[in-house]
Ligand binder design. Structure first.
Ligand code: GLP
Length: 244
């Protein structure tokens, strides 16, 4: 595990974009796992800047998003499909992009999730997966207590996560109660993991995730066990870490 500390969220976006573009330069057919949330937005913006300058060729890349709210259509402005399109994918000609659908009928969800795993596997598996971290330590939408051997599935969102994400909705009542997410084992199968954390609000959970016990109660703590994990944190998020 390597921890890179940068000054602020702008530098975090730049450093993360540089890392992703570097991985794509080394392996043009990169299979890339992508997060939503606000932390990666500046990375997306910077990747678009690198693309415009001819420094990031995404034409052979396949992307897989980590998660989607269950029940939201891709054109719903609160869906992650909509966010990804608006902030990134509509401006970037990737080879293929995949985002879990929030509109699969309940009885078909299990088969759908298996097919999402199948798509990742048939693409050669995830090379690099970028993650944010929730204030309760969730990654993707794997809530505290998610089994470390979990795969893509339908999950129920915790109150804390719905509360944190309510800022994007009219009120917490409008935040979906469920989501489809890659599992912890899916994420851990990625050859490289890049975890991003920004702001003082993440300092406590980043400390628990990186220096506390590896436990299902803190899903992000599993990355201590990954052979090739890089953490980029800004000074706000990193200020409680002892192992810098
Ligand atoms: C959501 C996403 C996560 C993300 C988390 C933190 O719950 N499903 O993938 O890491 O939010 O978001 P933010 O970066 O806005 O703090």
């Amino acid at each position: 595990m390597r921890i890179d500390i940068v000054k602020n969220k702008i530098e975090l976006g730049r450093a993360a974009a540089k890392f992703v573009a570097g991985a794509a330069a080394k392996k043009p057919h990169l299979v890339l796992g992508l997060p939503s949330g606000t932390t990666p937005l500046l990375m997306y913006r910077d990747l678009l800047r690198l693309h415009r300058k001819g420094l990031f060729d995404a034409s052979k890349i396949t992307t897989f998003n980590l998660d989607e709210y269950y029940g939201l259509a891709p054109d719903n402005k609160h869906s992650y499909a909509h966010l990804m399109d608006r902030m990134f994918l509509r401006f970037l000609p990737v080879f293929q992009s995949h985002i879990p659908s929030g509109l699969i009928a309940r009885e078909k969800v299990a088969a759908y999730c298996r097919s999402y795993e199948g798509l990742i596997a048939s693409g050669g598996g995830l090379d690099l997966t970028v993650l944010g971290i929730g204030t309760d330590g969730h990654i993707g939408f794997n809530m505290p207590g998610s089994p470390f051997d979990s795969r893509t599935r339908l999950v129920t969102l915790s109150w804390q996560t719905r509360k944190d994400n309510a800022r994007f909705f009219r009120s917490i009542k409008d935040v979906p109660t469920q989501a489809i997410t890659m599992g912890i084992a899916t994420i851990m199968s990625s050859r490289t993991i890049l975890l991003l954390a920004s702001g003082k609000g993440k300092a406590d959970i980043l400390l628990r995730a990186l220096e506390g016990p590896v436990a299902e109660e803190v899903p992000a703590s599993i990355i201590q066990k990954h052979k090739n994990a890089i953490i980029i944190a800004d000074e706000g998020a990193a200020h409680k870490l002892s192992k810098k």
